[in-house]
Design a protein around this ligand. Structure first.
Ligand code: PLP
Length: 367
């Protein structure tokens, strides 16, 4: 890495780690986001002092004053990445410098303090090394999901950037997202709700964006859909993204098109990796505005052959049915992923899990 870390996350190992049997039981069927490793990384920032007290300590509840600013004004950001065990037992993560850079951009937008890329990486290394036994075995899609986050922990109800901020990393074993082949999701086209607007926080990875997406998620479920897709907030015409995933359309002629970063779309690391990989797969990447009408007409004419969503958690999820108050249409084959989505997913996963050569230097060793 470019610079060396300034924070040393000293490890205070807990005496009561999970037993091998308990950990193995979790790793046999980890699900997503339900089980956490024995430790967490923490650091505290104070205005005028900067970052201090970096440590790895027992995973457990945080003490927060009821007046902690985050509980009232949502000054919070997060990241999500995965660590995979390779065949030789080593543990690697994918483009963490991109997550570190995005974390800095998100921090800036939410008026939170910057954390150096080197310190961000050091916090991941310190936690993963301490809890390395929680990284699932090699050979499948299982991983250790890493969740760095930062929030206003100062006890103060005035409205201004907090003078005390907590940085934390937790880790959670994650199972294979799909068991038995890719299964397309159905999307509800949200007409009442926008995720983000120009000048808002759409390009930052912050909890508030997720809070504002939940009512649309409820509406999607009420209409029998898995997730909702958001349109631009001005004209309600252009496709933006899902609550936590970017979107691609696949054209018959080999183009793969994703909405351009308009300021209200989150720049996914998976999205940008797919754009970079496209040429290797004889696909032509395009970033531009896409209307919902283009999607509907293209799906119906057969010019658009597949649609998929992408993000760290699922890597790639095919999109099948698209539903709105005006009716529905579908993209891609029924009940399974299309060939392009499947190929891109396999290519990315092969790099991440060490089964394919990492020609772009995308992997960083954590343990
Ligand atoms: C995290 C996130 C994504 C996906 O980003 P990745 O870096 O690929 O995981 C897409 N959209 C939103 C709104 C997100 O929060």
């Amino acid at each position: 890495m470019s610079t060396s870390p300034s924070l040393n996350f000293a490890v205070a190992e807990r005496p009561d780690r999970a037993s091998d049997a308990d950990r193995d039981a979790v790793l046999a069927s980890p699900g997503f986001g339900q089980h956490f490793t024995d430790h967490m990384a923490l650091a505290t920032w104070r205005k005028g002092e900067g970052w201090g007290d970096p440590r790895v300590t027992a995973y457990g509840p945080l003490q927060l004053d009821p007046s902690a600013a985050v509980l009232h004004y949502a000054q919070e950001i997060f990241e999500g990445m995965k660590a995979y065990r390779h065949e030789d037992g080593s543990v690697w993560t994918f483009r963490p410098e991109a997550n570190a850079a995005r974390f800095s951009r998100s921090a800036h937008r939410l008026a939170l303090p910057a954390l150096d890329e080197a310190d961000f990486l050091e916090s991941l290394r310190a936690l993963v090394r301490t809890d390395v036994d929680w990284v699932p075995a090699t050979g499948g899609e299982e991983s250790l999901y890493l969740r760095p986050f930062m929030f206003a922990s100062e006890s103060f109800l005035g409205v201004r950037p907090a003078n005390e901020v907590t940085y934390c990393v937790i880790a959670s074993p994650a199972g294979a997202y799909f068991s038995g082949g890719l299964k397309p999701v159905s999307l509800w086209i949200s007409e009442h709700y926008s995720r983000a607007g120009v000048g808002g926080t759409g390009a930052a990875k912050c909890g508030g964006n997720y809070a504002s997406s939940l009512a649309a998620q409820v509406e999607a479920a009420e209409n029998g859909c898995d997730q909702s897709v958001f349109l631009d907030s001005v004209e309600q015409k252009y496709i933006e993204e899902l609550g936590g995933m970017n979107v691609f359309l696949v054209y018959k002629d080999g183009r793969i098109v994703t909405p351009e970063l308009s300021g209200s779309i989150l720049e996914g690391v998976t999205r940008s990796s797919i754009l970079e990989l496209a040429k290797d797969l004889d696909l032509t990447p395009e970033e531009r505005r896409i209307t919902l009408e283009e999607w509907r007409a293209g799906a119906e004419s057969g010019e658009i052959t597949e649609a998929f969503a992408c993000g760290t958690a699922a890597v790639i999820t095919p999109v099948g049915r698209m539903v709105s108050t005006e009716g529905e249409f579908r993209t891609g084959p029924e009940g399974e992923g299309g060939p392009v989505a499947t190929k891109i997913r396999e290519t990315l996963l092969a790099i991440q899990t060490g089964r394919a050569e990492d020609t772009r230097g995308w992997l960083t060793r954590l343990a």
